[in-house]
Design a protein around this ligand. Structure first.
Ligand code: CP
Length: 306
C-alpha cells in the first residue's frame, strides 16, 4: 500500500506530476468535483493544526468525498492508552485514506505499517512534514516557474523546524540550488541534514546569524517560527523567540522578485506590515496547500485501487 511518510517516498517525476495535477485542478476545478465520491478521508490529529487539517478536509470535500476524524489526542482513545498501530487498524475499517499528525517522530510510519489504507504524514514531531513540502514546492513552481538555479534562504528555527528539513531535502534533488541558513547559533540546522543532504548532494550552503547581510542574494526567503513546543526550557524559548522579525525596512535591499514564504502559523517573525508587499507569498502558499493535497489524495487513492 502506497503512503507518504517522507518527501523522498516520491520520485522527482512523481512530485512534478502532483504539481501538474494541482495546477490542472486550479484551472479546472469542476473536472475534479466528484472524483472522490463515496470516499472517506480520516484526519487523525494528535497535535494542534489549523492549515494542514482543514486544508486536507477542504481538499476531500472539493473532490466530492467526506471526512471523519479527530483534532486532538484527548478526543480519541489514545487518551485511554490505545497504540498508534491499533488506531491505524481500526480506522482502516472506516475510511479510505488517513492523514495523521503526531508529536512522536515515526508515528505515521507505524500507522502506515499497520493500516490497510494509504497513510499521509501530516507532521511528526520535529522530523518531517512532507505535505507542507509539496505545498512549498507548488508555491515555488508557481511563483518562480521552476526549481533550478535558485538561492533559498531559510531563516529562524532551523533546528526544530520540520518544514525546513523536508524542503531542504526536496530541493536537494534539483540543480543549481544554493542554500543560505540564517539562524541563532543555538537553532542551527542539525548536522545530520548538512552531512546527509546538503554535502552528500553537493549543494552549496553557508550559515549566518545576519539576515540583512544576505538579503540581496535571495530568490526565496523562507521564514519560520521558533518552535516553542519543542523546547525543554521556557527561558531559552523566550530568549530566542524574537531573533528575527521581518519588517518592510529589512526588505529595502531585497530582490524585486523575492518570494517571501512561511509555512505559518507566524507568531512575530513577519510584521503584518509586510503582508501588503507583493513579494509576500505566505497566504498564497496556504491556498496552494489545499490544491496539492487534492492532487495527493487522488494519486494515493488511485494507486490503492490498482
Ligand atoms: N503549516 C502548518 O503545518 O500549519 P498548521 O500547524 O496550522 O497545520
Amino acid at each position: 500500500m502506497r503512503s507518504l511518510i517522507d518527501i523522498l517516498d516520491f520520485t522527482v517525476e512523481e512530485v512534478n506530476e502532483l504539481i501538474a495535477t494541482a495546477n490542472d485542478i486550479i484551472d479546472n476545478p469542476d473536472k475534479y468535483c466528484e472524483r472522490c465520491k463515496r470516499k472517506k478521508l480520516a484526519t487523525l490529529f494528535f497535535e494542534p493544526s489549523t492549515r494542514t487539517r482543514l486544508s486536507f478536509e477542504a481538499a476531500m470535500i472539493e473532490l466530492g468525498g467526506s471526512v471523519i476524524g479527530f483534532s486532538a489526542a484527548n478526543n480519541s482513545s489514545a487518551a485511554k492508552g490505545e497504540s498508534v498501530a491499533d488506531t491505524a487498524k481500526t480506522i482502516s475499517c472506516y475510511a479510505d485514506i488517513i492523514a495523521m499528525r503526531h508529536p512522536k517522530e515515526g508515528a505515521p510510519l507505524v500507522a502506515a505499517q499497520n493500516a490497510t489504507i494509504p497513510v499521509i504524514n501530516a507532521g511528526d514531531g520535529g522530523h518531517n512534514h512532507p505535505t507542507q513540502t509539496l505545498t512549498d514546492l507548488l508555491t515555488i513552481n508557481r511563483e518562480k516557474g521552476g526549481f533550478e538555479n535558485l538561492t533559498v534562504g531559510f531563516c529562524g528555527d532551523l533546528k526544530f523546524g520540520r518544514t525546513v528539513h523536508s524542503l531542504i531535502t526536496a530541493l536537494s534533488r534539483y540543480s543549481g540550488i544554493n542554500v543560505v541558513l540564517i539562524s541563532p547559533d543555538e537553532l542551527k540546522l542539525p548536522s545530520y541534514i548538512k552531512k546527509d543532504v546538503l554535502k552528500k548532494n553537493g549543494i552549496p550552503y553557508k550559515q549566518t546569524t545576519d539576515l540583512e547581510s544576505v538579503m540581496p542574494e535571495l530568490d526565496i526567503l523562507y521564514m519560520t517560527r521558533v518552535q516553542r513546543e519543542r523546547f525543554f526550557n521556557e527561558e531559552d524559548y523566550l530568549r530566542l523567540k524574537d531573533s528575527y522579525i521581518l519588517e518592510p525596512k529589512k526588505l529595502v535591499n531585497a530582490k524585486k522578485d523575492l518570494c517571501i514564504m512561511h509555512p505559518l502559523p507566524r507568531v512575530n517573525e513577519i510584521s503584518v506590515a509586510v503582508d501588503d508587499d507583493p513579494r509576500a507569498c505566505y497566504f498564497k502558499q496556504v491556498l496552494y496547500g489545499k490544491y496539492i493535497r487534492m492532487a495527493l489524495i487522488l494519486k494515493l487513492l488511485e494507486e490503492a485501487e490498482k
